[in-house]
Design a protein around this ligand. Structure first.
Ligand code: GTP
Length: 527
């Protein structure tokens, strides 16, 4: 409880801003005149409701997905978009296959997390008492604000493994007698690695029910088809922000009564007239919630350290205590306002590691060996395929004095038909999505390195996609077959293909550390 003793109480004339609409509520120790002034001011406050844009932004360029506008009801835009945008295919697959999320080095790059902001505390119904007066003026304090949920990207984290499955912020405490305001609920901060994106999503249970139903109707349908065809209705504001659902609130409702019932109060003209004015306050609270309870439809991208935590769910308002309701007509207000509910929502946290360059290759091409010999990273190396199961980032230090360095990400090998989910699929490509340059690593030990390179290009999205990046092609394992010049021939073919595409190429042996300095120089130019 926050005690406002007469010494530290706000001065009587002090008012606080309650909402965007600048409705002012007299603060603790309000006098009858102040209360009446405030209640009367509510009647005229509707005139200052700001104009809201009547159309949604029509620029979808660069957005993650398209949506369809269904209708507009007052300030709400009803849209629909395929289910795939509000869940994670990989998350669902992992769940279906009972693959445990824990992987190599405890690396987890995908989590769906349930978050809940705290409910606001209820206002108190209380009356001053002393030796001379059994029932004095009302002195019930306000409920505390519910706790909010925040996210922040911080340095030093490289996995979502430590995130909890559920975060619930604290509830605001109820107000007390003697004008005591309830304590605010504890806020929650979810710390994530830099490179994490956060998107609003549906409850995975709900998604699994939909998928189960749809597949039950048509057994030939694949998971992908269901996710692409089922449309999810969502409400947005004009700025493409999803309106989050807080328990609804009908103006004029949300009272707590003491001694006398709601029915009793409803029959009294003094109460209905008073409640008429309070409805405007309720509308302002709703309006404020409308402006605050939203989350970007396309999510947020925490690709840098977040200096100030970002609030994703706001706690509920505390309810007003009965000290605010003393007027010349109402001497004994035996009622107070309930606190507003918190908000519950699911968010999809996805880590896309950030590295200047990404290594792309078939399994066993020697990517991890390369990263091992050029950087501080120590990825696992093995002569079997898929030794690398999670992305590893290495920092290549170029100048210890100036601190010049660049980062390189090694991702699991990509196989033919990875797009159709063979091997490890393409799930890990997202980790090099934001890299400036891609290093294709092919093994000169293989029969046809040019064909290997073509396979890789096809799998990662074709030449057009590849040409959006700076490219370097590395022919690794140049040490193999030293007695014939076959590796040399293979490299020359590779080089010719690269020249046609205006890409640089280099033969190396990561195992024997041949040509590594030149490789690092070329990589540095790319980065
Ligand atoms: N002869 C030779 N062998 C190499 C060279 N580079 C790597 N290797 C070997 O090739 C095998 C695979 O190397 P990795 O670095 O694990 O290959 P990777 O591309 O990371 O493999 P995945 O984890 O399956 O993606 C290991 O046995 C390495 O010792 C090289 O330059 N020459």
């Amino acid at each position: 409880m926050l005690l406002r003793s007469p010494q530290n109480a706000l001065p009587r004339c002090c008012t606080r801003i309650c909402s965007n609409l600048y409705s002012t509520i007299p603060d603790n120790s309000p006098s009858l005149d102040e209360n009446e002034g405030w209640l009367n001011s509510l009647a005229g406050s509707s005139s200052i409701v700001p104009e809201l844009p009547s159309t949604m932004s029509d620029s979808h360029k660069g957005k993650r997905f398209d949506y369809e506008l269904i209708s507009k009801v007052r300030d709400r835009f009803h849209i629909k978009a395929p289910l795939v945008n509000f869940t994670s295919v990989n998350y669902l697959k992992r769940f279906n296959n009972h693959i445990h999320h824990q992987t190599q080095n405890n690396f987890i790059d995908l989590r769906i997390i349930q978050c809940k902001s705290g409910r606001g505390g209820n206002g108190a119904i209380s009356f001053h008492r002393d030796a001379n007066r059994r029932v004095g003026p009302p002195n019930g304090g306000d409920g505390g604000q519910g706790g909010s949920v925040y996210v922040q990207a911080v340095e030093g984290m490289n996995s979502l493994a430590k995130l909890k499955a559920k975060y619930t912020a604290g509830e605001g405490s109820d107000g007390g007698s003697d004008q005591l305001d309830g304590a605010s609920g504890k806020d929650l901060l979810i710390k994530v690695p830099i490179g994490t994106t956060v998107r609003w999503c549906l409850n995975p249970k709900e998604v699994r029910d939909i998928v189960g139903r749809e597949m039950g109707k048509d057994l030939s349908k694949s998971l992908k088809e269901v996710l692409d065809t089922v449309q999810v209705p969502v409400q947005c504001d004009a700025q493409e922000q999803i309106l989050l659902h807080r328990e609804d609130y009908e103006p004029g409702k949300g009272w707590i009564f003491k001694d006398k019932t709601e029915e009793y109060h409803k029959q009294k003209q003094w109460f209905t007239e008073f409640n008429e004015k309070m409805m405007q306050y309720d509308k302002e609270v709703k309006r404020e919630e409308f402006f605050q309870d939203h989350f970007p439809l396309f999510g947020i991208d925490l690709d840098n350290i977040t200096e100030k935590p970002i609030r994703i769910l706001k706690g509920g308002h505390g309810g007003l205590g009965n000290m605010h309701f003393l007027t010349s007509m109402i001497r004994n207000p035996r009622f107070a306002k309930q606190g507003r509910s918190g908000i519950e929502a699911h968010f999809l946290f996805e880590l896309k590691v950030i590295a200047d360059l990404g290594l792309v290759g078939l399994p066993n091409a020697g990517k991890s060996t390369i990263l091992n010999c050029i950087s501080n990273a120590k990825p696992e190396i093995g002569h079997w395929e898929f030794t690398t199961l999670v992305p590893t980032i290495g920092t290549v230090m170029r100048n210890a004095h100036t601190g010049d360095s660049f980062t390189v990400a090694d991702i699991p090998g990509i196989v033919k038909d990875a797009r159709l989910d063979r091997g490890m699929g393409l799930e890990f490509l997202k980790h090099i999505e934001r890299s400036k340059g891609w290093i294709f690593v092919v093994s000169l030990e293989n029969t046809d390195p040019v064909q290997d390179l073509l396979t890789l290009i096809g799998e990662v999205g074709g030449l057009e996609k590849v040409n959006q990046k700076k490219i370097l092609v590395v022919g690794n394992k140049a040490d193999t077959d030293p007695n014939t010049n076959s590796t040399q021939q293979k490299f020359l073919s590779l080089q010719e293909f690269c020249l046609q595409n205006e890409w640089d190429s280099i033969p190396i042996s990561a195992l024997k550390k041949h040509n590594i300095e030149l490789l690092v120089q070329k990589m540095e130019q790319l980065a």
